[in-house]
Design a protein around this ligand. Structure first.
Ligand code: ADE
Length: 270
């Protein structure tokens, strides 16, 4: 997957993404970064100006349409098929966009190429946005000095969903936000630290029981920390009407079995 970033600070993007997991994935050729300096497309040969005053007045400077559009055209010209039928999505990172989340990350991860536009100053001339932007995306309800950090946040979240980028394929499906549930608590060695013991079920070797315990923990944690997500999960996992179980005659001493549905059901009844 190829990320193309239109920015006034390409070194910020390259430094930010060349380390750790994204850096390794790029070394392996699983993803690529191309940070393109909008200033290189300025028609102002002397000062390479890319901003100007706002019509109608107001404080601050606005990024002009022409350098951004020419930068965009140059990127499109380098993406195979993009100047033809193939529409490449262009994400303008702005506090005015839809708030980025895991399901948007999954959606963007299906693309072969993505272009990001990072704004600065007081914003960008509306006309170029109308011409090139396909997605307006924010990372939250606060204002940053520029779009580079939000673009890197999104690129990081999208990259780790590209097959092969994470070592352990499983971790992208069991982590927080999968199925609208937060991840369960996890423990490593030692078994006891500062008087706190690892929950005994995790040492039992009973994988079914461990899975049930983790599901319960995920549900509890989501309910407590993110009631908004919990409501979503609940609407997608409505409590099942309790089945009348035909009781098999149990031999004395048989272990009591419970399933993950029972666990969720029990949760709903509390
Ligand atoms: N640019 C400035 N603030 C931003 C935000 N919160 N999200 C995306 N882009 C931004």
């Amino acid at each position: 997957m190829n990320f193309h970033v239109m920015t006034l600070f390409p070194e910020m993007i390259m430094q930010g993404l060349s380390t750790s997991i994204t850096g390794r994935a790029s070394d392996k050729g699983l993803i690529s970064f191309d940070a393109v300096n909008i200033r290189d497309y300025s028609n102002d040969e002397k000062h390479h100006k890319v901003d100007d005053y706002t019509y109608g007045g107001g404080a601050g400077m606005l990024m002009q349409a022409q350098p951004i559009y020419d930068c965009y055209q140059s990127i499109i010209g380098r993406i195979p098929g993009a100047s033809g039928d193939r529409k490449v999505r262009l994400i303008y990172v702005t506090p005015q966009g839809r708030t980025f989340n895991q399901s948007m990350a999954r959606d963007f991860a299906n693309e072969e190429d993505l272009i990001f536009l990072c704004g600065h100053y007081e914003g960008v001339d509306e006309r170029v946005l109308e011409e090139i932007v396909t997605d307006y995306v924010s990372i939250g309800d606060y204002v940053l000095t520029g779009g580079e950090l939000p673009a890197m946040v999104m690129i990081d979240a999208i990259s780790r969903l590209v097959p092969g980028v994470l070592n352990n394929d499983e971790s992208a499906t069991t982590e927080s936000f999968h199925n609208n549930l937060l991840e369960y608590p996890q423990y490593s060695r030692p078994e006891e630290w500062m008087g706190k013991k690892v929950p005994p079920i995790l040492l039992s070797g009973d994988h079914k029981k461990v899975d049930e315990w983790r599901l319960m923990q995920s549900i509890e944690r989501t309910k407590e920390r993110r009631p908004d997500l919990y409501e979503k999960w609940l609407s997608e996992n409505p409590p099942q009407p309790e089945k009348k179980k035909r009781r098999k005659k149990k031999a004395a001493g048989d272990p009591v079995q419970s399933t993950s549905e029972d666990a969720a059901q029990k949760e709903e009844n509390t």
